[in-house]
Design a binder for this molecule. Structure first.
Ligand code: PMP
Length: 408
C-alpha cells in the first residue's frame, strides 16, 4: 500500500510480536483499546526517569520539566483537534469521565425540568447513562434518533425531534458497535439552529478520521487517549472557552482555585477550573507522544489505508455462508460486527482466540443499538492502521475452520 509501509509501522508496536496460544497475535480489538507504539512507552519511561514531579505548584527544576511536558501535551492535543486555544483542552480520565463532567457541571447548572436531550440510537452506554441519571434527578426527557436498517441515523426523524425544549444533542461521531460514521456537521448545525448545545463523542473517531473541532463546531468534543494509541486513564474534554468558563466546576480541590477562604472560593478559568487535584500527568505526556506518532503517519493516510482494509474485510466476510453483518451503512469505518448462524458470539470469540485472534464478542456497551438489529451480542473485529490483509485472511480462515468443525 503506497501511503505508508505497514510492516515498518508494525515494528513500532512491541506487542504485535507477541504469541498467544502458540500463534502470532492478531489484534482486532482496536475499538476496545489500541496498542501502544514504543514511542509512547519510551516517553512514559523518560518522564519517570527524568521529569517526574507534581506540576504548577513547586518552583524547582523537575516541577518546571513536568509542567512543560504536561502543558506541551495539551498543546499537541489542541493542534491535533484544531482547537482555538489550549485553554479549551481539559485533561480527564477518558470519554466516560468527560461526558459525566459535562452532565454534572453544565447539565446540573443549566438544565431544568421539562428540558429535552436528544441522543442517537447508536450511543455507547457512556453517552446514555450519565444523561439518564441527570434526567431522573432533574425531570428531563430523553429522545432518541432512530437508525435505518443499515445502522445510519435518520436525519428526518431527528428534525422532527428537535423543538424549543431541546437543550442538548449528544451523539457519537462513529458507532463503536457498527462503525457507522454519523453525519456530524448536519447534526451539529441542526442542533444549533434549534438553540441547543451539542456534545460530540469522538472516542471511536479520533484514531480514524481527521478531527477539526472548529469546523465541526460542537460545543464539546470528548475522547479517550487509550483508543488513539496512548495510555489508559487519560482523555480529553474539549469545550468552547467561553462555555467552559461560564460553567461551574465539576470537582473542587487543589489546582483549580485562585483563592480560598472558608467562606468563599474563586475558581481558575479553564482548563485548571476542571482539573482539580493531581491529574494523570505522565499519561497526558504519553498521549502527547501518541498524537505525535499519529501525526507522523498522517491521519489521512490512516483513513485511506483503513478504508481499503475495511472494504477488503467486508467483502471477504460477506462471502462466508451463514455470516450476517450487522451495520452496513455506506459511511462506516473500522468495525465489522457480525453474527454467525449456529454459533454463539462467545463460541466464535473463543475459537478465534485459540488462533491468536483477539476480537470482542458481546454487547460492546451499546445494548440499544444491537437490540435494534434483534441481537444481544455480536462478534466485533475492529481495525487499526497496523492490521493487514493477511491478518484478515487468517480471520476468515479461522471462521471457516470453526464452521467446518461444527463445534464452538
Ligand atoms: N463512547 C464510545 C463511542 C466508545 O466506543 C467508548 C469506549 N468503548 C466510550 C464512549 C467510553 O470510553 P472510555 O471507556 O474510554 O471512557
Amino acid at each position: 500500500y503506497p501511503a505508508f509501509n505497514v510492516n515498518l509501522v508494525r515494528n513500532d508496536f512491541p506487542i504485535l510480536a507477541e504469541q498467544v496460544n502458540g500463534k502470532p497475535l492478531i489484534w482486532l480489538d482496536n475499538a476496545a483499546t489500541t496498542q501502544k507504539p514504543k514511542q509512547v512507552i519510551e516517553r512514559l519511561n523518560y518522564f519517570y526517569e527524568h521529569e517526574n514531579s507534581n506540576i504548577h505548584r513547586a518552583a524547582h527544576e523537575l516541577a518546571a520539566r513536568s509542567t512543560d511536558a504536561y502543558e506541551g501535551a495539551r498543546q499537541k492535543v489542541q493542534r491535533f483537534i484544531n482547537a482555538r486555544s489550549p485553554n479549551e483542552i481539559v485533561f480527564v480520565r477518558g470519554t466516560t469521565e468527560a461526558i459525566n463532567l459535562v452532565a454534572s457541571s453544565w447539565g446540573d447548572e443549566f438544565l431544568q425540568q421539562g428540558d429535552e436531550i436528544i441522543l442517537t440510537h447508536l450511543e455507547h452506554h457512556a453517552n446514555i447513562v450519565p444523561w439518564q441519571l441527570l434526567a431522573q434527578k432533574k425531570g428531563l426527557k430523553i429522545r432518541v434518533i432512530p437508525v435505518d436498517d443499515d445502522g445510519q441515523i435518520l436525519l428526518d426523524e431527528y428534525a422532527r425531534l428537535l423543538n424549543p425544549r431541546t437543550k442538548l444533542v449528544s451523539f457519537t461521531l462513529v458507532s463503536n458497535a457498527l462503525g457507522t460514521i454519523t453525519p456530524a456537521k448536519q447534526i451539529v448545525d441542526m442542533a444549533h439552529a434549534a438553540g441547543a448545545k451539542v456534545l460530540a463523542d469522538g472516542a471511536q473517531s479520533v484514531s480514524h478520521i481527521r478531527t477539526d473541532v472548529q469546523d465541526l463546531d460542537a460545543d464539546w468534543f470528548v475522547f479517550s487517549g487509550h483508543k488513539v494509541f496512548g495510555p489508559t486513564g487519560i482523555g480529553v474534554l474539549y469545550g468552547k472557552e467561553d462555555l467552559l468558563n461560564s460553567t461551574q466546576p465539576y470537582q473542587g480541590g487543589g489546582n483549580m482555585i485562585q483563592d480560598v477562604t472558608f467562606e468563599h472560593t474563586q475558581f481558575h478559568k479553564a482548563p485548571a477550573r476542571f482539573e482539580a487535584g493531581t491529574g494523570n500527568i505522565a499519561d497526558a505526556v504519553g498521549l502527547g507522544a501518541a498524537i505525535d506518532y499519529v501525526q507522523k503517519i498522517g491521519i489521512d493516510h490512516i483513513y485511506q489505508y483503513e478504508h481499503y482494509l475495511l472494504e477488503y474485510a467486508s467483502q471477504k466476510l460477506a462471502r462466508i455462508p451463514g455470516l450476517r453483518p450487522i451495520g452496513t451503512a455506506r459511511d462506516k469505518t473500522s468495525v465489522l460486527s457480525f453474527v454467525l448462524d449456529g454459533f454463539t458470539t462467545g463460541q466464535v470469540g473463543e475459537a478465534l482466540s485459540r488462533e491468536g485472534i483477539a476480537v470482542r464478542s458481546g454487547h460492546h456497551c451499546a445494548q440499544p443499538i444491537l437490540r435494534r438489529f434483534g441481537v444481544e451480542a455480536t462478534v466485533r473485529p475492529s481495525l487499526a492502521f497496523y492490521n493487514t490483509c493477511a491478518e484478515i485472511d487468517t480471520l476468515v480462515y479461522a471462521i471457516e475452520k470453526l464452521k467446518s468443525s461444527g463445534r464452538g
